[in-house]
Design a protein around this ligand. Structure first.
Ligand code: PEP
Length: 271
């Protein structure tokens, strides 16, 4: 399957709490080797290592001029102060981090990150000049109760409250159904499309059709090399947020290649 589009797809690797900085270097080098044969004009790639790896990963991306965007997994919505264990946007920016995941379901579920703090964090990321990838998605219970759209509407609307008008170009959403994360059971491409289209419709009514039209919406949750192409072939799925499969250079690069292959013409030539 192929598609053309004005939205450049993103394949983002969320390493979570895996890989120390030495292991991170090994993975990055293995990935860099494989990316040599990838058409990186058709797909953007980001990695989101643990905080302790950022400096090492940044050094390699910079020295080898790798076509990889450096991302973080989380940050504080506050600038500085007595917040033990937290990391600010400014600290990330000093390490050349360009992109931050905001409101991943593990932050929401395990660390009590509310919709309000998600919005404040998105706002902090944007005012620090970085890109925010806001994660949204329903639990299995909410899905079974038919509440998926309601949950997505609430989470997207709440997150947009932290996004100043005019700053939307630095925001992406990632639809990550919680029941699909790390379970091996991905959403079907049809379900992913329906949810991503719903997210786009919420953005459209909260902001405008033109804002919604250019904003990238990713799918995440047990994405693998064998479903990557089918997922991004969907009209409203503009890339993937990948957990487990991003820890293996071969799997992750196969997914990047599948996404690049799906985009038949260089970004910008479509539509
Ligand atoms: C994630 O946690 O963002 C994720 C998509 O994980 P996995 O790919 O392992 O399901």
């Amino acid at each position: 399957m192929s598609r053309t589009n004005h939205r450049i797809p993103l394949v983002a690797g969320n390493w979570k709490m895996n890989l120390d900085h030495v292991e991170a270097i090994h993975l990055l080098q293995a990935l860099a080797l494989r990316l040599r044969t990838t058409d990186t004009t058709k797909v953007e790639v980001s990695v989101h290592p643990p905080f302790t790896d950022l400096r090492s990963v940044e050094g390699i991306i910079g020295a080898d001029e790798l076509p990889i965007t450096l991302g973080a997994q989380h940050c504080s919505h506050l600038e500085s102060g007595a917040f033990t264990g937290e990391v600010s946007v400014g600290m990330l920016r000093r390490l050349s981090v360009k992109m931050v995941l905001v409101g991943h379901s593990e932050r929401r579920e395990l660390y009590g990150m509310t919709d309000e703090v998600v919005a404040q964090t998105a706002g902090a990321v944007l005012s620090g000049g970085l890109i925010a990838v806001v994660c949204v998605g329903e639990t299995a219970e909410q899905r079974d109760a038919g509440e998926t759209n309601e949950v997505l509407t609430r989470q997207v609307t709440a997150a947009l409250a932290g996004v100043p008008k005019g700053a939307e170009a630095s925001v992406l959403f990632a639809y990550e159904p919680i029941w699909a994360i790390g379970t091996g059971v991905a959403a079907t491409e049809v379900d992913a499309q329906v949810a991503c289209a719903h997210i786009r419709s919420v953005i459209s009514s909260e902001r405008s059709a033109s804002v919604a039209d250019v904003m990238r919406i990713l799918y995440g949750g047990s994405a693998k090399p064998d479903n990557a192409g089918d997922l991004v072939a969907q009209e409203d799925v503009d890339g993937l947020l990948v957990g487990g499969a991003s820890l293996d250079a071969e799997s992750f690069s196969a997914m990047i290649d599948a996404v690049a292959a799906c985009y038949g013409s260089p970004a910008g030539n479509g539509k």
